[in-house]
Design a protein around this ligand. Sequence first.
Ligand code: SF4
Length: 158
Amino acid sequence: MKNKDIINFFNKNITLVILPTEQCNFRCVYCYEKFKNGKMTKDIVNSLKLFLEKRISSLDYLKIIWFGGEPLLAYDIIIDIMEFIKSKTDNGKPKVRGFMVTNGYLLNLEKAKKLAELNVNEFQVTLDGDEDIHDIRRINIGKRGTFKIIWNNIKSSS
Ligand code: SF4
């Protein structure tokens, strides 16, 4: 592959990792987060949209990875940005793929359906073993186990 082909490839294929919030509804025993930053501000959302607007028509492929904290605490921002992206795509171009790293606690059927409509249809959810082990390690902010709710969400959304 020649240099200009490589540059062309990177100009046409973008992956963005977006943290819409650093807050989390869990307090996992091994977590390294400081939970300092809240939701992404309106100014940053608008700047991100401006960047997307400038680049999107020249792209073949756009991948968005939602990360946190717990990204679903900023569900409204995710929907806002994914709807914006959808409004800027033209006849399926660029191809958009959305991926989310989530603890799964807030991923109910309604949210999963809405996200899938906007091309966010891959989710990485962590279960730390069986219910007994998971509920020692992955506790919510109120210090309660989370396995049952996550498991029910996975079953109802898949
Ligand atoms: S789900 Fe657990 S590991 Fe992930 S950000 Fe929240 S507290 Fe940290």
